[in-house]
Design a protein around this ligand. Structure first.
Ligand code: GCU
Length: 827
């Protein structure tokens, strides 16, 4: 099998088997109505030429003049430049960016006609992606977007790092400046355009005003010029206090004339370089950022200042983020609730925003958790147009070291009926603008594409970008068929490949939810440090407001009007009623809305605590099936991507056990209620490292304690000499998988070897930071805890088991425990 890097993503255009491609018609030429290289129609022609060559093996020439006897041509144009009146007559009215694809046109031609140039390119991609899947079904149809705003937000910093980025450094910036080489930018634009996304905000919402330096303005021009032929426009994030901190003004007050002039001037400079700039994204009065409230002005005053600056340039918009909340909230006050913030800050400003302001709302009230109800603000703005913000970046969903396919999650959000004024109000119809008659609204997502060949750190996770594009265009799309299409395009048309990737993908979100946080409690990761591994205790006892209010007897946020924060009342009446009542609140959001005893019985009949225990066992057990399922694909896809994904799914399976045990032990410790099935705090197949005979190793306590089995681990006594841990195998003789739980953190690459009776049966290095892209920790904790497994080792009772750990730098070959796993046991 050939080596594939993943760089082409789903646009590999792999050759169809000859017996299939030979059945397809042969083309005489590709007619393109635009002979200007910057035009997306021109790009479409090139793309079709390339696609026909790669998919069908047909060399077809491009012509810019239509031949009057044209037959068997692919004709690409906009509706206004179409050379054939015959075909345009059939085209129904298209929406902005829409297209018409007719594979049964007169003279045996294919017609791809865009409402605009971008639409023509989308049509070309649609046609090619059908061909690449071996789909020769005739089609004659118009295809229109659900919403005009279909953006992505990269959180790239000027130094080249990416906030919440797990797939390498920025493709836009390095060392304070825009990069020279635009190769990756063009490749990125191609991927985005193929799923009909139309704008990229290129820099972090935590923005740096150095973006306005002369060199960077010129750099932005380069980025925009590179993206334009792909039908993409760029926007930028602004730092609210720029006039004061960067411009030398005494204030950044949005009503101060000098401040307004400053922004007008910056805007003029930007438009000089990027005449089709799509607009500004603003994070203000959020997580310590300054904003209009800092100057005693309203959020609308702030947003409108940018709106005025953009107004003269046409259709540029201000995407004003609703992620405004107090992160020093006092938990001791029962009624305090971060989930209330967005509505509290924005609802009363509904009629105060200028026409070119869009309020950008995270899909849930808190922050991209594994499960949240939809943000109530989505049902509270009537006049102000909104964009929903998703997060393709898996910040709280395993950071692309775990794989979670998010289309099913987004679908649940988009299908949710808000019942505004007691009428059907699916969120997809609110954000499309249909429900409240908005002209411009839609979608954006946090995206963390980087310079890694996988783009995003995990080959499978790129499916989320593809799915995001598909769903913004058509939110009624089915997540299963999206992943099937993606798999055929990305890996292979082989049925086993398609079925296997689909199965893993569709099971990935419920599995992750099971082992990371159930019943609406949120993702129980460490929220203070890296947002990655488990640390359920970190949610409470701080001002961030992601509270669980777990104590010795009860758990959950009381968001009811009757006795809690009143958050339920922020939803339209019919929805509010459902969430206010514990009986009608769905189990999967129980702890989001209600504070209950651990012994509260769910609709399933289980108690809350038993559900926690069971779900974590089920989730972790299910994660073990992913690498096994994936193993079926050996030889069916290229080795390089096969091995890469196999490694990651195996890592995920190990870390899922860390999650299971951390969360279960934490709550078991808190409430003291035993697991009915006797699993929690009882691990019959383990030997704790701290109970082994140690030489050169010493026992340490781990924080949080639940991140280590028994709360303790061992580390070498120095960072030079190896340590040894020994024990006699107490288990019956047989064949076992030997799993070693250890910690892999920043600061060194330890080396390990395991022996049975002095015979080496396995070795590994603590080199995960070079193989996985998530935010690594420097400590022994739930982020660094991990597992390596050696399969099918014959073991006799009484054998001497020995681990030798060689420390390196700050990493002292840390070990937690060893498990001897008989077949079918996950301990
Ligand atoms: C999250 C995330 C931050 C980000 C913020 C935002 O809190 O952890 O890194 O800055 O969201 O959306 O602005």
């Amino acid at each position: 099998m050939s080596i594939e890097t993943g760089i082409d993503g789903w646009l590999r255009y792999a050759a169809l088997p000859a017996d299939i491609s030979s059945q397809y018609r042969r083309f005489s030429s590709i007619f393109v109505s635009e002979n200007i290289k910057t035009s997306p129609v021109y790009t479409a022609g090139k793309e079709v030429q390339d696609g026909l060559r790669r998919i069908l093996g047909q060399e077809v020439g491009i012509s810019f003049e239509i031949d009057s006897n044209h037959t068997s041509a692919v004709i690409i144009s906009t509706i206004d430049t179409s050379p054939t009146t015959l075909s345009t007559a059939q085209v129904p009215k298209l929406k902005e960016d829409g297209f018409w694809l007719n594979t049964q046109a007169e003279n045996d031609c294919i017609h791809i006609i865009g409402q605009n140039e971008r639409g023509a390119l989308y049509g070309a991609f649609e046609y090619l992606m059908r061909l690449a899947q071996g789909n020769f079904e005739p089609v004659t149809a118009a295809n229109n977007p659900s919403a005009p705003i279909r953006w992505v937000n990269q959180w790239d910093n000027l130094d080249g790092s990416i906030e919440r980025g797990y797939g390498g450094l920025s493709i836009f910036f390095r060392d304070g400046e825009v990069v020279e080489d635009m190769t990756r930018v063009a490749q990125f634009a191609r991927l985005l355009s193929s799923v009909r996304l139309n704008a990229v905000v290129v820099n972090n919402v935590n923005a740096n005003p150095k973006l306005f330096s002369k060199t960077n303005l010129e750099g932005l021009r380069r980025i925009a010029d590179t993206m334009r032929p792909w039908g993409l426009r760029i926007g930028i994030s602004l730092y609210f206090d720029s006039p004061r901190e960067f411009g030398g003004l005494p204030t950044s007050d949005p009503l101060d004339p000098d401040v307004n002039n400053w922004w007008t001037d910056i805007t003029a400079k930007l438009y000089e370089k990027v005449p089709d700039l799509i607009g500004y994204t603003i994070k203000a009065n959020s997580e310590g950022q300054p904003g209009p409230l800092t100057y005693n002005r309203t959020l609308a005053d702030g947003a409108n200042m940018f709106a005025r600056a953009l107004k003269p340039y046409g259709d540029g918009v201000v995407m004003y983020r609703a992620f405004v909340y107090n992160h020093h909230l006092d938990e001791s006050k029962w009624s305090n609730d971060r989930a209330n913030a967005a509505v509290e800050y924005f609802k009363d400003l509904d009629d105060q925003f200028d026409d070119n302001v869009i309020v950008q709302i995270k899909w849930g009230p808190i922050d991209f958790q594994v499960r949240e109800p939809p943000s109530p603000l989505l049902a509270n703005l009537r006049k102000t147009k909104v964009a929903i913000e998703f997060q393709v970046a898996q910040e709280y969903l395993g950071q692309q070291s775990h794989f979670v396919y998010m289309a099913p999650l987004w679908k649940e959000v988009l299908d949710f009926d808000m019942r505004i004024d007691g009428k059907p109000s699916a969120i997809r119809d609110i954000v499309s603008g249909e429900r409240l008659n908005w002209s411009r609204s839609g979608y954006t997502t946090v995206l963390n594409i980087g310079s890694d060949n996988t783009w995003i750190g995990h080959h499978l996770s790129l499916s989320n970008l593809y799915a995001y594009g598909r769903m913004t265009w058509d939110p009624l799309s089915d997540p299963t068929s999206i992943i099937q299409d993606w798999t055929r395009l990305t890996f292979s048309l082989n049925k086993t490949v398609v079925d296997t990737v689909t199965k893993i993908s569709m099971e990935s979100w419920p599995t992750y939810e099971n082992y990371s946080g159930n019943l609406g409690i949120q993702t129980l990761c460490d929220i203070i440090y890296t947002h990655y591994g488990p640390s359920p205790g970190s949610q409470d006892g701080n001002g961030w407001g992601q509270w669980t209010r777990a104590n010795a007897t009860s758990i959950g946020m009381d968001r009811t009007v009757a006795s809690g924060s009143g958050n339920t009342a922020q939803y339209p009446q019919e929805v509010a009623k459902i969430y206010e009542n514990i009986e009608t609140t769905p189990d999967n959001l129980l702890l989001w809305f209600h504070h209950v005893p651990y012994t509260h019985r769910l609709k399933s009949g289980k108690t809350v605590i038993q559900h926690f225990y069971d779900a974590h066992y089920e989730g972790a057990a299910h994660a073990q099936t992913f690498p096994t399922e994936w193993a079926k694909l050996k030889g069916l896809i290229d080795d390089s991507r096969f091995e890469n994904v196999a490694f990651k799914l195996q890592y995920q399976a190990g870390h899922a056990i860390v999650w299971r045990d951390s969360v279960n032990n934490f709550y078991h410790g808190k409430c003291g209620i035993a697991d009915e099935k006797g699993r929690v705090a009882n691990y019959p197949w383990r030997i704790e490292a701290e109970n082994m005979r140690l030489s050169g190793y010493t026992v340490v306590s781990v924080t949080p304690a639940e991140a280590a089995s028994g709360g303790k681990a061992i580390v070498t006594e120095s960072n030079e000499n190896p340590g040894t841990a020994k024990a006699e195998v107490p288990f019956p003789s047989g064949t076992y998988d030997i799993a070693v739980n250890y910690f892999d953190h920043l600061g060194g690459v330890s080396k390990y070897e395991i022996f049975l009776n002095d015979q080496c049966v396995g070795k590994w290095s603590g080199d995960l930071p070079s193989k996985l892209g998530h935010d690594f920790s420097e400590l022994l904790d739930g982020h660094s805890a991990t597992r390596v497994t050696f399969r099918s080792v014959p073991v006799a009772k009484g054998d001497v088991f020995k681990i030798v750990g060689q420390p390196d730098g700050k990493e002292l070959a840390p070990l937690d425990y060893v498990s001897f796993l008989p077949e079918g046991i996950v301990d």
